[in-house]
Design a protein. Structure first.
Length: 606
C-alpha cells in the first residue's frame, strides 16, 4: 500500500507548518528584491514597453494577438498582454512592471515547491528557497522585458502540476534520490477528472509557449522525470505528450523565423557559424552556466563574447567533457541512482534552445546570459538540495543542528547576493557601468552605456564609450549610428552625416538609424531631406512611432512657418507633396491634419 502523500490527511499542526513554509517561500523573494521595486527601464524595455504604441489602446491589444509577425519582432502575446494591463494601471511608471515581475517570481517559487513535493524530492523546501534567492535569477526578475521568463515559467509549472495529476509517477510517498520507486499507476481511474487535468496541462503549456517559446522543452522534461521515477519509458508515457511536442516545435519554429528577421535587420555583423562552431559554443556554455550556478560571482548583464576557433584543439575539451561526464554518470546509475542523470539531462536539455545550435538575436552580443538559467537551474538545484540534505544527515547523524544552520547560512548569503545584484538594476546607467567594471573591454557595455548617455543629452560623456565600442566592434552599424548622434549633438555635423550614411550603407533597413538621421537633418535646417528619411522609415516599418511623430512635427512646422510668412502658394505646394507622402506611408492622421491646417489657417492678407 502506498504511503499517503505528505500534503494529504495531515493533522492540523502539520498543515499549519506547511502554511508557514509556503508563506516563508513567498516572502523570501519579496524581501530580497526590495532594491528592484524602484528599478528603471533599460535595453529592450524601451521597445517593448516605453515606445510600444500597442499598449495604449484596445485596438493595440487586439493587434498583440492577431499580428502573428509579432509585437516588437516577437510573437509572445501573453507577455505583451500583461504589459498592456500594466500600462493601463501604471502608464510608463516602471515600478508597477517590476512589482509584477517580483510577484510572479514569488508565485513561481511556491509552484516549484509544490512540484518538488509532488515528485518526492528530498529537501524540496530548501531547493525552492535556493531558487527564490539565487543571484543568477536577478536578471529574469529585475528586468521588465524578462516578464516573458517569469510569466512563461508560471504557466510551465502549472502545466507540469496538472500533467502530474493526470499521470501520477511512481509511489506517492517521499522518494529517496538513490532509490526512486518503480511503480507506475498510470492515468487516474476518474476518467472525467483525468481528461480535465490533461486538457488543463495542454492549455497551460500553450499559455507558456505564448509567453516565451523557451518553454518548449516541458514535454521532454516530463519524459526525463518519468524515466527517473519509473526506470523506463513506455508507450503510455510518451503518447499523451505528442500534442505537447507538436505545439512546442511548431511555435518555436515560428519564433525562430521571427528571430531570423531580427537577425537580418541587425546588419552584416552576424557570423555564419558552422556546425563545429556551434558545438564548441554549446560545450563551453554548459560549463559557464554550471559555474555561475555553483559560484554566482561577477554576474553581469552582458558577458564578453568569446572567440570561436575550430583550429584550437583546447576549445573541444569543453564539449568532450560534457559528453564524458554525462556518459560516466549514466554508466554509474546503478550505484548513484538515476537522479544525477535526470538532473543533468533536465539542466542541459532545458538550456538546449539557447546553446547556439539555432541563431537568436542576442548571439550578436554574447553566447550566454543569466536569464537563460531561470528554468534550467532547477535540475542542478534539486540535486544539490537533495544530496546535501541526505549527505549532512548521514555524515553527522548526531549533530542535527548542522543541516538547518548550514542551510540558513547559505540562504542568507544567496539573499544578500540577490539584494546586492538587484541594486545594479537601479537604472540603465548603473547597470552598464557595472558591466564595464567587470568587463572593461566589453564593446556591448561601452555601446550600451554610450547610447544611454547620448539619449540623456550627455554627449561629452557618451563620446569615449561609443568610440571605444566602434574600435572593438567594427561590423555593427548601430554603433556608428549612435556615434553619429553624438557627433550631431556636439555640432560636428559633417562627421555625423558621414557616419549616418556609412551605417545605412551597411544596413539600409535600420529604422532607428534613419530616424536619428532625420533628427540630425532637422537640426541643421534640411527639412526636406529629413522628411525623405522619415518617409523611408515608414516604408520599411509602417507605423513606426518615433518616425511618425517626427514626420508630423516637421511637416506641420513647415506648413505653419510658410503660412505665417504669407507664402500661401509654397505652403499649398508643400502640403500637397507631404500629404501624398503621408497617404503613401499610411500616415492618414497626418494627411487629415494637413488638410485641417490649410482650411483653418489661411495665408495672411497682403
Amino acid at each position: 500500500m502506498n504511503t499517503p502523500h505528505p500534503a494529504e490527511h495531515s493533522p492540523p499542526r502539520h498543515r499549519t507548518r506547511l502554511v508557514i513554509c509556503a508563506l516563508l517561500l513567498v516572502l523570501l523573494p519579496l524581501v530580497a528584491y526590495i532594491p528592484a521595486y524602484d528599478a528603471g527601464f533599460y535595453s529592450d524595455d524601451e521597445t517593448h514597453i516605453v515606445r510600444n504604441e500597442r499598449l495604449r489602446t484596445s485596438q493595440g491589444l487586439s493587434e498583440i494577438w492577431t499580428d502573428v509577425r509579432g509585437t516588437a519582432g516577437l510573437y509572445y502575446p501573453m507577455t505583451f498582454t500583461t504589459y498592456w494591463v500594466d500600462y493601463q494601471l501604471w502608464g510608463s511608471n516602471p515600478g508597477g512592471y517590476h512589482t509584477g515581475n517580483i510577484i510572479l517570481h514569488a508565485l513561481n517559487v511556491f509552484l516549484v515547491w509544490l512540484v518538488f513535493r509532488r515528485l518526492g524530492i528530498p529537501g524540496a523546501w530548501f531547493a525552492a528557497a535556493i531558487f527564490a534567492l539565487h543571484p543568477v535569477q536577478v536578471e529574469s526578475v529585475a528586468w521588465a522585458t524578462e516578464r516573458r521568463n517569469t510569466l512563461s515559467s508560471f504557466f510551465y509549472f502549472l502545466s507540469m502540476l496538472a500533467y502530474l495529476g493526470f499521470r501520477p509517477l511512481g509511489s506517492r510517498s517521499r522518494t529517496r534520490l538513490r532509490d526512486p520507486a518503480s511503480t507506475n499507476p498510470g492515468p487516474s481511474a476518474d476518467a472525467p477528472r483525468s481528461r480535465l487535468l490533461y486538457m488543463s496541462a495542454l492549455v497551460l503549456f500553450t499559455a507558456a509557449l505564448l509567453s516565451k517559446t523557451f518553454t518548449l522543452t516541458l514535454p521532454a522534461a516530463l519524459l526525463v522525470i518519468t524515466w527517473w521515477k519509473n526506470g523506463r519509458l513506455e508507450r503510455r508515457d510518451w503518447l499523451p505528450l505528442v500534442p505537447f511536442f507538436v505545439l512546442g516545435i511548431g511555435l518555436s519554429l515560428w519564433t525562430a523565423g521571427l528571430e531570423r528577421t531580427l537577425i537580418e535587420q541587425g546588419g552584416p555583423g552576424w557570423g555564419a557559424y558552422t556546425p563545429t562552431d556551434r558545438l564548441l559554443i554549446a560545450g563551453r556554455a554548459v560549463w559557464f552556466y554550471l559555474g555561475k550556478l555553483l559560484f554566482p560571482v561577477d554576474l553581469s548583464f552582458v558577458y564578453p563574447q568569446w572567440t570561436i576557433d575550430a583550429g584550437a584543439w583546447g576549445q573541444y575539451l569543453y564539449s568532450v567533457a560534457v559528453i564524458v561526464v554525462v556518459a560516466a554518470i549514466y554508466a554509474a546509475r546503478r550505484r548513484l541512482g538515476r537522479a544525477p542523470v535526470a538532473g543533468l539531462l533536465f539542466f542541459i536539455g532545458t538550456l538546449l534552445p539557447v546553446l547556439g545550435f539555432v541563431d537568436y538575436f542576442y548571439m550578436m552580443m554574447s553566447f550566454v546570459a543569466d536569464r537563460f538559467l531561470y528554468l534550467p537551474s532547477l535540475g542542478i538545484i534539486a540535486l544539490f538540495a537533495g544530496y546535501s540534505a541526505d549527505g549532512l544527515r548521514r555524515a553527522l547523524p548526531r549533530a542535527r543542528w548542522v543541516p538547518p544552520v548550514a542551510g540558513v547560512a547559505l540562504l542568507t548569503a544567496l539573499g544578500l547576493g540577490t539584494w546586492q545584484r538587484s541594486s545594479c538594476y537601479e537604472n540603465a546607467e548603473t547597470l552598464y557601468r557595472d558591466v564595464l567594471v567587470k568587463h572593461p573591454d566589453s564593446w556591448a557595455g561601452h555601446y550600451s552605456l554610450g547610447s544611454v548617455l547620448a539619449a540623456a543629452g550627455r554627449p561629452d560623456e557618451a563620446l569615449p564609450h561609443l568610440e571605444t565600442a566602434a574600435r572593438l566592434k567594427t561590423n555593427f552599424p548601430s554603433i556608428r549610428g549612435y556615434l553619429a548622434v553624438v557627433y550631431s549633438q556636439l555640432g560636428r555635423h559633417d562627421e555625423a552625416l558621414r557616419l549616418f550614411h556609412q551605417a545605412l550603407d551597411e544596413n539600409p533597413n535600420d529604422v532607428e538609424i534613419r530616424t536619428n538621421l532625420g533628427v540630425a537633418l532637422v537640426n541643421i535646417g534640411k527639412y526636406d531631406d529629413a522628411i525623405e528619411q522619415y518617409g523611408k522609415v515608414l516604408e520599411i516599418e509602417p507605423g513606426y512611432a518615433p518616425a511618425l511623430r517626427n514626420l508630423t512635427r516637421v511637416v506641420l512646422y513647415r506648413i505653419d512657418t510658410l503660412l505665417a510668412g504669407g507664402d500661401a502658394g509654397a505652403a499649398n505646394e508643400f502640403a500637397r507633396e507631404t500629404r501624398a507622402l503621408a497617404v503613401a506611408v499610411g500616415a492618414h492622421d497626418l494627411a487629415a491634419e494637413i488638410d485641417r491646417r490649410l482650411r483653418t489657417r489661411p495665408a495672411p492678407a497682403e
